[in-house]
Design a binder for this molecule. Structure first.
Ligand SMILES: Nc1ncnc2c1ncn2[C@@H]1O[C@H](COP(=O)(O)OP(=O)(O)OP(=O)(O)O)[C@@H](O)[C@H]1O
Ligand SMILES: O=c1ccn([C@@H]2O[C@H](COP(=O)(O)O)[C@@H](O)[C@H]2O)c(=O)[nH]1
Length: 459
């Protein structure tokens, strides 16, 4: 006979190491994607994080990291950098309040036939989440000829809850293999023990519970009409499933309700009407990703990292910026030329980043049902002072240079083998403020939601 309690314990201790490794991998890749690679390799160990809560509940983070530009240049060698919209600089940043590198998990709960799977397909299409149905994973497991397949088949037919260790291992494997970081976990956790084991094994909990609330008679009619050949879509199994749902699964919903983590959607409406209510809950994730793209773009400008910057641009990019003297510039070369200027500068001997941008009061508006995003903010640009090229003796004023225009490109950090002219800075430090508007268009890839910059406007 299956000893669920003992096996859960074994599973918990066995999988903790793996999940810790997974969490570390995930943390690394999240950082690498968004900006943290720079943080990890920052050579000066002086990364200072200051945070500001703004009206939208976002936390503005300024990465006052002397190492950011240097780290970015390690990722993208000096010779590869050309300049961009281009102002050489150091670092800019803004992240949503969520501090953890854990994946985003939404538990999708509701009675059998409430429409969880139907709505999850819509969310996957529009928001790039990975949908993992615990029931589907168990059914595939049951058919795979595994040694506990018969037990799982019998339990599904009777509407019973399969032991946590089986389900959680399947979920964990699927999460790892997906390569994604945002998950809809559908039909799980089914009881308190499932919930507890998930948190222990994975080391994190859900962001929220999406609960589809539907009367039993409606669900029964739907299930009897589903016609997908499921062994449990018959009236006998359906009644058992309803009973298990009320007795074991509803307490999970109530538990999350006590934590204020349940978003209840009335599911006794047309699929379209249910989705209209559901989709509102996911718009913040799309806004977050558009903001992350903007953060990454500013960091690449600050670091004169042309490769990263170019990767975020649409080839038909249009722009109004002061450098274009009132003209609408179309295409890439104008921006590439500005990055190239940074490349031509001598390396800096200063340990202070040449430029640091901070995004203040950002606002993201989704357009076209989320196919585009308009990001507006004020950008604060700090510099350590005027740049000196090859500073000779203090009495020689001729080599002093003022920052050209509203920006100056970031010189690359000096390497130990550098010879020839160098750049350094003389005070006083300055802060400039410009208003920027950026229009992003969705161009999702295999890892999920992705954005390309179509247009920007800087005051
Ligand atoms: N809002 C709706 N109105 C009418 N029919 C619906 C609605 N949503 C889903 N259905 C239909 O009801 C059936 C059950 O839907 P679905 O499979 O999405 O439910 P579920 O909650 O995932 O079920 P289970 O828990 O059994 O996996 C399907 O045939 C689906 O097409
Ligand atoms: O976490 C879970 C999820 C599902 N089960 C079993 O599978 C069936 C069918 O689940 P659906 O969500 O309707 O696809 C369910 O009745 C359980 O027997 C489970 O044990 N644990």
């Amino acid at each position: 006979m299956f000893n669920a309690r003992r096996n859960v314990f074994q599973l918990t201790s066995r999988v903790l190491t793996a999940s810790r490794e997974a969490a570390q991998t995930c943390a690394k890749s999240t950082f690498a994607t968004h900006r943290g690679a720079a943080l990890e390799v920052a050579p000066l160990n002086s990364t200072k994080l200051s945070s500001v809560k703004n009206g939208q509940g976002w936390t503005a983070l300024t990465f006052a990291a002397a190492g950011l530009a240097a780290a970015a240049s390690q990722m993208s060698p000096v010779g590869d950098c050309a300049g961009g919209e281009g102002k050489g600089s150091a670092a800019a940043g803004l992240k949503p309040g969520k501090a953890s590198a854990n994946p985003t998990v939404v538990f999708v709960l509701g009675g059998p036939g409430a429409g969880k799977g139907t709505q999850c397909s819509n969310i996957v299409r529009d928001y790039g989440f990975c949908h993992l149905s615990a029931g589907d994973l168990l059914r595939a497991h049951m058919k795979s000829g595994s040694k506990d397949g018969n037990m799982v088949a019998e339990m599904i037919k009777n509407g019973q809850i399969v032991p946590s260790e089986v389900t959680i291992l399947l979920l964990q494997k699927a999460m790892k293999e997906s390569g994604k970081d945002k998950f809809l976990i559908d039909g799980f956790p089914r009881n308190a023990e499932n919930r507890d084991a998930f948190e222990k094994v994975m080391g994190f909990d859900c962001d929220f519970v999406l609960f589809f609330d539907c009367p039993e008679d409606v669900m029964e009619t739907r299930l009897l009409g589903r016609n997908e050949g499921r062994t449990d879509d018959n009236i006998e199994s359906i009644r058992k499933r309803f009973k298990v749902f009320i007795e074991s699964s509803m307490p999970v919903v109530q538990y999350y309700e006590s934590l204020g983590k349940v978003n209840r959607v009335i599911a006794n409406k047309s699929p379209e009407a249910v989705y209209a209510d559901t989709k509102k809950l996911f718009d913040p994730y799309l806004k977050e990703s558009a903001l992350k793209a903007t953060t990454k773009l500013l960091a690449s400008i600050d670091a004169s990292d042309w490769d990263t910057y170019r990767g975020l641009l649409d080839s038909g990019l249009t722009a109004f910026e002061p450098e274009a003297k009132g003209h609408l510039v179309e295409g890439i070369p104008f921006h590439q030329y500005l990055f190239a200027q940074a490349q031509a500068l001598p390396p800096t001997s200063s340990k202070i980043p040449p430029v640091m941008s901070t995004m203040s009061t950002p606002k993201v508006t989704l357009l076209g049902g989320g196919s585009s995003a308009l990001v507006t903010y004020t950008r604060l640009i700090q510099r350590p002072g005027a740049m000196l090229i090859n500073p000779p003796s203090e009495s020689d004023e001729t080599s002093k240079q003022s920052p050209p225009g509203w920006w100056h490109p970031a010189p690359q950090p000096q390497t130990s083998t550098s010879s020839g002219p160098t750049a350094s800075f003389v005070g006083p430090p300055t802060t400039q403020s410009v208003q920027e508007t950026r229009v992003w268009e969705r161009c999702d890839d295999s890892s999920g939601v992705a954005w390309k910059l179509m247009h920007f406007h800087r005051s």
